[in-house]
Design a protein around this ligand. Sequence first.
Ligand SMILES: NC(=O)c1ccc[n+]([C@@H]2O[C@H](COP(=O)([O-])OP(=O)(O)OC[C@H]3O[C@@H](n4cnc5c(N)ncnc54)[C@H](OP(=O)(O)O)[C@@H]3O)[C@@H](O)[C@H]2O)c1
Length: 179
Amino acid sequence: MQVWRARSSAILTGSGTLRVDDPRLDVRLDYGPWVRQPLRVVLDTESTCAPASRIFHDGHALIFAALDAPERRGMPVRTERVPRSPRGLDLEAVVARLGQLEVNELLVECGPRLAAAFLEANLVDELILYVAPHFLGVDAPPLAALAGLENVRHLARFEFHDQRLIHNDLRLVLTPKRA
Ligand SMILES: NC(=O)c1ccc[n+]([C@@H]2O[C@H](COP(=O)([O-])OP(=O)(O)OC[C@H]3O[C@@H](n4cnc5c(N)ncnc54)[C@H](OP(=O)(O)O)[C@@H]3O)[C@@H](O)[C@H]2O)c1
């Protein structure tokens, strides 16, 4: 995962992951000066995330909030404003803005809600899944909160592109099916 992070221009997550995991989402590779930290991006519709969140530790981060969300003082990084969508922010507007900021490879490391939204918006070029044995039980968290057969089509448009055993995890890479 560290290599995927290192090659991306930005790593994006949702406020849900920020609250539960408080991740740094930085690159931890011992390659000396070659390692460049990607921009860290948080989707926080109501502008409620904690200023002390670890993702802001180096100041190389950006928050996206709704156009009408309250102004926050004392946030350690800049907030960009985009329109709302039914379940949060308008992801096309987020991606378009990141494009303007010269983000050309975006790694989304998020929970099931945001993953579902990116899939529904047809904004995913590649899915990278790590399957550990303990994720094979009934209590395993879903990849994406896509309920019902109707919504499974968002995953059915992908095909397996690569599989690799990494220690005791299986890494699967899926890409959109070719026409
Ligand atoms: N296995 C993994 O690799 C991995 C990676 C990351 C997280 N996780 C797990 O995922 C869990 C958190 O999942 P989550 O689903 O609550 O968090 P999430 O998917 O990271 O974030 C969801 C939040 O993003 C915001 N959001 C903004 N725009 C959105 C849109 N258009 N559609 C949907 N959401 C939008 C919403 O909050 P606002 O309304 O506040 O903006 C929403 O509640 C944690 O348990 C964490 O450990 C697992």
